[in-house]
Design a protein around this ligand. Structure first.
Ligand code: ADP
Ligand code: MG
Length: 464
């Protein structure tokens, strides 16, 4: 029985969703030239679907049978990834699906915050070749839990993996659409324009501080993942390989760290079989950039062999079906009061009220490839970094904040009168104006009150 199931699960495939309109519109070419060869050589079977319109990925993920796939790879930007997770979280079996399917992203969009955050979190260089790096990541066989945020708007619920914004940065993101022809420069141009015509917004922000001491470090998380990985490798005898030659850069340093003796045996056994892949990879990786790469299907095998009744149990206890706008909705249930009810007075909630230049709540290290917005943020730390800028801030102060965002030195070490960084578990935004822009994961949503809470580690993403 064991062998049968192993064979059966080995046949599970990767589902690739590609947005032909993302970024400069060449995702299809990028996939064919740089990603497909890696998947083929690594013998990862995949099914490719090209999105036909906006919301295609939401519909696809919420309605299809997904049993054949053990991973979902987004070839596009953060918008496509947002649709994928929101589709998955609309399913009745969302808990089982999120637990057994790993998510990956090949950065082809104009917003690639997630891909940048993942490579940053694991000290991978990003700029030399982001697409190849991501392609090697999706065949690595390694994954990490990732936090998501449940966002309650007045009329609906959505899930977010990147950010929620109100005020300046959201205004720039959305309003600068009209000068799209300037490419990435549009953000700089529009920021300068908005600085000259600075607006403030009135509102109330309530938040529940996070217990930052309790958060595990990325290193600790990684260590436990490596152990887990080793265990699986030893038990699954799936095909693994190791591409690595030298000991002089970050890649090989890492591989040595997590390459105990037991590992080496599996690798030497398999290297001969995969000689051709190995030499190909060597030639792909230009010059001095080397990395170790474990190709393994053991993770998916492991998941499928896990006790399925446990999944069923988890699902029935955690699933709360709510009716939002006539649409049946699943996904994890909220622990907050309803949006139109008051927050508990004494349960640790704090309030900031008045004029704001912006609020930006972020749970990845990067909002874009060169926007290092929340340097302390980790994939799975259970923390929302709530950044507030108050009205009355001087223009030079604001300018230096915005200017330093790309390097990640914009946040003050200690909160001051105008700029505050608050690690929180949940927050509620109640704008007092009746206009303005609110974004979730960089996309505009309806303006009005909202509340958000962290759902620690409910998704799994592939890591280098
Ligand atoms: P970018 O980062 O360039 O915005 P994304 O991949 O994030 O690229 O896509 C942005 C939006 O494009 C997504 O939110 C999605 O709704 C939309 N989209 C997806 N497929 C299509 C398509 N075939 N035609 C037009 N829009 C699409
Ligand atoms: Mg986080």
């Amino acid at each position: 029985i064991f062998v049968d199931r192993l064979d059966e699960t080995r046949r599970r495939r990767a589902l690739v969703l590609l947005n032909p309109k993302s970024g400069s519109g060449n995702a299809r070419e990028v996939f064919n030239m740089h990603v497909a060869p890696v998947l083929n050589e690594a013998e990862v079977p995949y099914d490719l679907y090209v999105t036909k319109h906006s919301n295609y990925a939401i519909e696809f993920m919420s309605t299809r049978r997904l049993d054949d796939w053990c991973s979902i790879i987004a070839v596009g930007g953060d918008g496509l990834f947002h649709e994928i997770v929101n589709g998955l979280l609309r399913r009745e079996d969302w808990a089982k699906v999120l637990d057994s399917i790993e998510l990956g992203i090949i950065p082809c969009g104009s917003g690639n915050g997630l891909a940048r955050s993942i490579s940053h979190g694991y000290n991978e260089p990003y700029f030399s070749n982001p697409v190849l790096g991501a392609a090697l990541t999706v065949i690595s066989g390694r994954s990490s839990p990732m936090d998501m945020v449940r966002v309650q708007l007045e009329q609906r619920v959505m899930y977010s993996f990147l950010s929620i914004g109100w005020g300046l940065i959201s205004d720039v993101d959305i309003e600068s659409e009209c000068i799209r022809m300037f490419g990435y420069q549009r953000f700089t141009i529009w920021t300068l324009y908005r600085l000259a015509n600075l607006r403030t917004y009135n509102g109330k922000i309530s938040y529940l501080p996070a217990d930052t001491e309790a958060a595990p470090t990325q290193a600790a998380t990684e260590q436990s993942q490596q152990l887990e990985e080793l265990r699986k490798l030893q038990s699954s005898r799936s095909c693994n390989m190791h591409i690595d030659k030298l000991a002089s850069d970050s890649y090989s340093r890492r591989s040595i760290e997590y390459l105990p003796q037991e590992f080496e045996d599996v690798i030497s056994l398999e290297t001969s079989i995969n000689q051709s892949f190995r030499s190909r990879c060597d030639s792909w990786l230009s010059g001095g950039s080397r990395r170790s790469c474990y190709y393994s299907i053991s993770e998916s095998v492991y998941h499928s062999l896990a006790d399925e009744s446990e999944f069923a149990q988890q699902q029935s206890s955690a699933t709360a079906a709510t009716t939002a706008g006539g649409l049946e909705h699943f996904g994890p249930s909220s622990s907050l009061p309803a949006l139109d009810e008051p927050l508990p007075q004494s349960a640790g909630w704090l309030v900031e009220e008045g004029e704001f230049v912006m609020m930006h709540a972020v749970y990845q290290s990067h909002l874009g490839i060169d926007c290092h917005f929340a340097p302390k943020s980790q994939l799975h730390d259970g923390i929302i970094y709530l950044v507030l800028i108050r009205g009355g801030i001087s223009r030079p102060h604001l300018l230096s904040f915005l200017y330093n965002m790309s390097a990640g030195n914009h946040l003050p070490e200690k909160n001051n009168e105008y700029v505050k960084v608050l690690p929180v578990r949940a927050f509620r935004l109640e704008p007092h104006d009746n206009h303005g822009i609110i974004t979730v994961d960089g996309e505009r949503v309806e303006f009005g009150p909202l509340q958000a809470e962290i759902m620690p580690g409910i998704a799994r993403v592939m890591i280098p």
